[in-house]
Design a protein around this ligand. Structure first.
Ligand code: ADP
Length: 293
């Protein structure tokens, strides 16, 4: 079954406000699209447009070739959405909650039981199906959120800032879950944390100030950032001067001072050594380059 999402010149302007999303172009099929950008970049606005909650003010979004503004139901039938502020009913069990949502989404009553069991299994909550949601950890609640988004077997799964409030182990588990779900569907995951998508995203999209700064594999972005990350060790007293006006990606206390990693288009000092960027640094370089324009 096809799952092809395409945006052509998509823009969104809030009433009386500025442009929140400007000239977005991309196309993607099955896989994980990691949408990365600082707060206010326009990620949530774009996600709302892609999920038909709001209509683009310019441009066009198509799902398997059909314009989603003209035929929103074609996409909605195949859409699973986990918003940022996903709330649960603490007194319901996971099974009851999913049964309730399946009914709201219009599933036939004879398929509800099986779908609920299947979705709980997919997110690793079969054993907790009859426990009350009020007793769930943040990570378990987030998995219930994914389970409800999967109830209609979506081809497009949109997840907004999913790891907020999760502990490191839960985050890791969540990333594996997302990778597993992307085998035969398109998963779009928005975050401002690079490590959320480092392992799972097949394609990376970076937004800033409403625009798409980068769209492609993370490996290509890493290559582009080569030659722009430096390392130098300075004494304690020289740290403020070495940091001033610089993008510092990492600092490590070492004997006699600090080892700094600096993102810069040119060497920051004679003693700086060029190093291989990681994805965090490639992202910082992209944002810094955009800011300097
Ligand atoms: P992100 O999800 O990347 O943090 P958003 O899509 O929430 O970014 O916001 C993009 C821009 O749109 C920001 O400048 C934000 O202030 C503005 N914005 C978001 N929601 C509204 C709204 N309801 N009305 C007006 N402006 C908004």
């Amino acid at each position: 079954m096809a799952c092809q999402l395409a945006a052509e010149g998509v823009g969104y302007r809030y009433r009386g406000g500025q442009d929140a999303v400007v000239g977005i172009d991309f196309a993607m099929g099955a896989g994980v699209l990691g949408l990365l950008g600082p707060n206010g970049a326009g990620k949530s606005t774009l996600m709302r447009v892609l999920s038909t909650l709001t209509r683009a003010t310019t441009g066009r979004v198509s799902w398997n070739g059909a314009d989603i503004a003209r035929q929103p139901d074609a996409l909605r039938r195949e859409l699973g959405y986990l918003p940022q502020d996903f709330g649960v009913y603490p007194s319901l069990t996971a099974r009851e909650f999913l049964q309730y949502l399946a009914a709201v989404k219009g599933l036939h009553s004879r398929e509800v039981g099986e779908r609920v069991v299947d979705c709980l299994a997919k997110v690793g909550l079969s054993d907790a199906a009859d426990r009350r949601l009020g007793d769930f950890s943040g990570g378990m609640r987030q998995r219930v959120g994914i389970a409800q988004a999967l109830i209609n077997q979506p081809r497009l799964l949109i997840v907004d800032e999913p790891t907020v409030g999760l502990d490191p182990e839960e985050r890791m588990r969540f990333r594996h879950l997302i990778s597993d779900l992307a085998a035969d569907r398109l998963v779009i995951l928005s975050t401002h944390i690079v490590s959320d998508i480092e392992a799972s995203a097949t394609t990376l999209a970076v937004m800033s100030k409403g625009r798409l700064l980068y769209f492609g594999p993370s490996a290509t972005l890493l290559l582009q950032a080569r030659g722009h990350v430096w390392e130098r060790t300075v004494t304690e007293s020289a740290v403020p001067a070495a940091r001033a006006g610089r993008v510092i990606s990492n600092s490590l206390r070492v004997e006699g001072g600090m080892k700094l990693r600096i993102v810069a288009s040119e060497s920051p000092s004679d003693d700086a050594i060029l190093c291989v960027p990681d994805l965090d640094e490639a992202y910082l370089w992209l944002l810094a380059r955009d800011g300097a324009r």
